[in-house]
Design a protein around this ligand. Structure first.
Ligand code: ATP
Ligand code: MG
Length: 521
């Protein structure tokens, strides 16, 4: 007679027994949502089921996107926003840290607001709030971005000065009215007024710790200096309409540093959150607004950021937050562990994989797959409202975007002396990658556009020698050019030949314009 025994087996053990394994993909009814009320992403890897994203069955509409540089995060975001706008009429507000989205937004007919290039935000704008509430927010923002929390007395002085500035501008601290007794519109004070209040206090000389006052003034002055007063003038943008006009890109790339960028990002989140609460709920299909934070780690990481509050309350108001980052640990846990959907593009650092696997709880199989995804391929994790008897993480063969890849080719056959064999003598890169690189070498947007245009006119192929001369004419140094060629996979010996071909071309060119030469040749 046989003996039937019971043994304890953990999940992994069960997973290894093939008989019990179901493929890591949710059933079709969870993936194939009504295409007129969901956003098409791509087909699943195993069963090739079309996946239409919606937030109906997940815990909330918020999304995190993670992946190494070049894995396709921004491409996904663009595709997603385009379709959300088409399907639901969703507005989008992009907090664009590196100015990555502005070309696309312009092209798509949206509005680009470039701070530091003519656009200003008054930090003391009320955005529909009572001055009392706004003061608290401003202090919270300064707490995140400056060292003010370490100096309670300076904090108190600053807070008081902001209040005085509002009162001086005839505002009532606990009222939302923005008109005076005679019905005239009140103008909010600015940081300059705050600075003046503090300076007057110092001049009066009655305060017993002048050093504290001086330091408080010094801190505010960082934001009021001529040429860096991006937040110390009356706003040039209409906060009221920004969440309703379709696609808006707040380009922060022109601001001098992370503190300024953070100040802009945090303030906009505060205004948006306020708008969200004010509008309340209404029976709309889909999402009303998606707020995008791409690589904005300073404001996505801090638990006091209003991004966290949008995540907490967004679902009720059909406001979604979309955070994208190369580093998942740069997203506050309060956000990361509360998003309904995570799109995981290629991740290769073990540390990040550990974090993702333990937070999202996927299998070792999935972990391996994630570490070798190609551009545009991803795993999706969805936190379904009801406990799911299937894998909540599944693979998408390719995010099927609107915009095809644009490959450009550099021909270096001359440098290897093997002209005939075409394929092994070209290196290729993606158009936007080239633009990004050239910008990082200091070229302007117009200049990068010209370079790309030259490629397009030459049927997307340029010879390496003339290309090097072209870059040099734009002021890019040999070190950067060499690094660029190395990144393309060219061997040292080939690079040396390319550079010497460039040198002899320069001699040959004399006065002739290199652009003319390339286009003519
Ligand atoms: N699904 C896709 N289909 C076709 N092309 C794609 C896809 N995903 C990305 N690409 C292309 O790959 C390149 C890199 O993508 P993208 O700029 O989105 O990367 P990223 O993850 O945002 O990188 P970074 O972290 O550096 O900003 C882009 O030129 C883009 O057009
Ligand atoms: Mg990107």
């Amino acid at each position: 007679m046989g003996i039937l025994g019971l043994s304890n087996v953990d999940n992994k053990g069960i997973g290894r027994r093939n008989i019990l394994v179901r493929p890591p993909e949710p059933p079709e009814e969870f993936l194939m949502n009504d295409p007129t009320n969901a956003i098409y992403i791509g087909r699943t890897k195993i069963f090739h089921v079309p996946f239409n994203w919606t937030f109906q069955r997940v815990t909330n509409p918020h999304i995190a996107v993670v992946g190494i540089t070049g894995s396709g995060k921004s491409y996904f975001v663009k595709t997603f926003l385009t379709r959300a706008s088409f399907i639901w009429g969703t507005n989008a507000f992009i907090i664009d840290w590196a100015g990555e989205y502005k070309d696309w937004v312009k092209q798509a007919g949206g509005k680009v607001i470039s701070l530091a290039k003519g656009a200003y935000i008054n930090l003391l704008d009320l955005g529909g709030m009572k001055p009392n509430d706004r003061v608290k927010q401003i202090m919270r923002t300064l707490g995140i971005l400056t060292d003010i929390e370490r100096y309670p007395e300076q904090r108190r002085l600053t807070e008081q000065a902001i209040e005085k500035a509002y009162v001086g501008a005839k505002f009532k601290m606990d009222s939302k009215t923005q008109i005076d007794g005679l019905g005239r519109a009140l103008k909010p004070p600015t940081l300059r007024d705050v600075q003046r209040v503090l300076e007057t206090q110092l001049e009066q000389g009655s305060y017993e710790f002048p050093a504290e006052l001086e330091n408080a003034i010094y801190r505010i002055k960082q934001f009021t200096r001529e040429g860096e007063d991006f937040f110390a003038r009356q706003s040039t943008i209409n906060l009221e309409e920004l969440t309703k006009v379709g696609l808006v890109d707040l380009d922060l790339s022109g601001l001098p540093d992370e503190v300024f960028r953070g100040l802009a990002g945090l303030s906009m989140l505060q205004f948006i959150k306020e708008k969200m609460r004010e509008e309340g709920w209404s029976p709309t299909k889909g999402l009303k607004l998606i707020v995008v934070l791409d690589e904005a780690w300073k404001i996505a990481k801090d638990d006091n950021s209003d991004a966290v509050m949008i995540v907490r309350e967004g679902r009720k108001y059909q406001f979604g937050l979309l955070v994208a980052s190369q580093n998942p640990t740069d997203i506050s846990e309060a956000i990361f562990s509360n998003v309904g959907t995570t799109f995981i593009l290629r991740v290769k650092f073990e540390r990040y994989l550990d974090y993702l696997q333990s937070t999202l709880n996927f299998s070792d199989y999935m972990r391996r797959e994630v570490s070798r995804l190609g551009v545009g391929q991803c795993a999706v994790n969805m936190a379904f409202q009801t406990t799911a008897a299937f894998s909540e993480t599944f693979l998408i063969d390719k995010i099927e975007g609107e915009e095809p890849m644009q490959e450009l080719f550099l021909d270096f056959a001359e440098a290897t002396g093997a002209e005939g064999d075409a394929d092994s003598n070209v290196a290729s890169f993606e158009r936007d990658e080239l633009k990004k690189k050239l910008r990082s070498y200091g070229l302007s947007d117009e200049q990068t556009d010209i370079v790309v245009e030259i490629f397009m006119k030459k049927n997307r192929h340029i010879k390496a020698g003339p290309f090097v001369v072209l870059l040099e004419r734009y002021g890019i140094g040999r070190t950067n050019i060499t690094e660029f060629l190395k990144d393309l996979g060219l061997e040292d010996a080939v690079i040396i030949n390319v550079l010497s071909a460039a040198d002899s071309l320069k001699g040959q060119l004399g006065d002739q314009d290199i652009t003319e030469y390339v286009l003519g040749g």
